[in-house]
Write a protein that binds this ligand. Structure first.
Ligand code: GLV
Ligand code: MN
Ligand code: MN
Length: 410
């Protein structure tokens, strides 16, 4: 029997480190927020690797980038990929692993003169993180057609500038069409970003689906006044409601149906001074649950709470939804195949849901999709300390290689 082809782990790790240095921070980790000059430098590096492989590269009007390796037939491609934008102070693996592992798979096939019936494509999608411009998965939503291009381009980010302005500043508006992509199947390799695989001593997570996500932004207006002269009974202080909502959200997770998660991750008080009662507060609530009905109820309960308490404190309140994703189940044909590949390679594996949002959940709207997880040390991610062992990266990339090969030749 011909020995199994394997990816070159040293090359993949070296590429991860090279990309991780772009926007790299002195103490470790990386800040490559979407559409920043750092993102541009990262894109240029990845484009160079794609060009070295002779891929046919297309960039669409939101900067989503796809490199295609020809197949023996003109059938629709099997695609892999992820994102290369990061949160501010993120790790070098989140997203980047999925893109660079895809490139590594194609390099491996070239070296072994292996052709596939279908073309193989590797993609990176703009602004998966959503940390600078909401919603997250913005690029894949436009690529797939659920979010219209004009709405995405007009989105104002945390620094008050639009996606369009920043896309033009880095000159990454391409001409490839958005929406209705012709993709046969999609697989994304990603770090787990949670503690389960490491805790259970398992190498490969077979991702069955992604939990629902709901982001809400609240803006409160109160009355700014002197901290030393304003009696407590006369205050209209928006910061009080920020604190109350943080506690409310934590309490909600204790009795809500399903596994409810809640995070207040961004708070801005103005004028934000030690001796001034704030005039305004802006804060976000990130809610997640694998049960979509329970997630909707958690959202409504949070909104009701904020409006009720705002009345009591004499504040005015506005809210808007920043992101909403229903729970997603991946196609059993892809999930089963990934599981069979992992098992045939003698790798311990377990089926599990994803806690984080991923481009694969959006691609699942237009083709059968699935994901491969590898362990995250200490379950830590969105943090410079994010780490995955080299051996796990190699195992995950080899599962990706063989799952893609099977899909492209079936
Ligand atoms: C994307 O990283 C998310 O917030 O799940
Ligand atoms: Mn990611
Ligand atoms: Mn992320």
């Amino acid at each position: 029997m011909r020995p199994q082809v394997s990816i070159n782990a040293d090359r993949l790790l070296a590429n991860l480190r090279t990309l991780g240095q772009i926007g790299g921070r002195p103490g470790g980790g990386v800040s490559r927020l979407a559409l920043t000059p750092q993102d541009l430098a990262g894109r240029r590096q990845v484009l160079r690797w794609m060009e070295e492989l002779g891929l046919e590269i297309t960039i669409d009007a939101l900067g989503n980038t796809v490199g295609v390796r020809k197949g023996l037939s003109e059938l629709s491609p099997v695609m892999t990929g992820s994102h290369i934008d990061t949160v501010d102070g993120g790790g070098i693996y989140d997203g980047n692993l999925g893109v660079l592992a895809g490139i590594e798979v194609l390099a491996t096939l070239d070296e072994h003169n292996i052709s596939t019936k279908r073309p193989l494509a590797v993609a990176f999608f703009t602004n998966e993180e959503g940390a600078r411009f909401a919603p997250d998965m913005m690029g894949s939503l436009v690529f797939e057609g659920s979010l219209d291009l004009e709405t995405a381009l007009a989105t104002v980010g945390i620094d008050g500038t639009t996606v369009a302005q920043n896309l033009d500043a880095i000159d990454m508006r391409g001409t490839a069409p958005c929406g209705k992509p012709d993709v046969h199947a999609f697989i994304e390799l990603h770090i787990e970003q949670g503690p389960r695989l490491e805790r259970e001593g398992i190498t490969i997570g077979i991702v069955e689906g992604v939990q629902g996500i709901c982001w809400t932004e609240f803006e409160l207006d109160g009355v700014s006044n002197h901290a030393g002269t304003t009696p407590m009974s006369l205050r209209h202080d928006p910061s009080v409601l920020v604190g109350e909502t943080i506690v409310f959200a934590r309490e909600l997770t204790k009795h809500h149906p399903g596994v409810q998660l809640a995070t207040v991750g961004s708070v801005t008080l103005k004028p934000n001074l030690v001796n001034v009662i704030p005039r305004t507060a802006r804060f976000t609530v990130d809610l997640r649950n694998t049960d979509g009905v329970a997630l909707d109820q958690a959202e409504q309960a949070t909104i009701d709470f904020v409006y009720r308490q705002a009345r009591a404190e004499g504040l005015t309140v506005r809210h808007r939804n920043l992101a909403r994703f229903a729970p997603v189940a991946f196609a059993s044909s892809v999930v089963d195949r990934i599981e069979a590949v992992a098992t045939s390679h003698g790798l311990s594996n377990i089926r599990m849901p994803s806690g984080a949002g991923h481009d694969a959940q959006v691609l699942a709207r237009c083709c059968p999709a699935g994901m491969i997880f590898v362990p995250s040390l200490g379950g830590i991610s969105h943090n410079p300390r994010e780490h995955t062992d080299a051996r796990d990266i190699e195992s995950g990339a080899n599962v990706l290689l063989h799952a893609l090969l099977e899909l492209a030749n079936a």
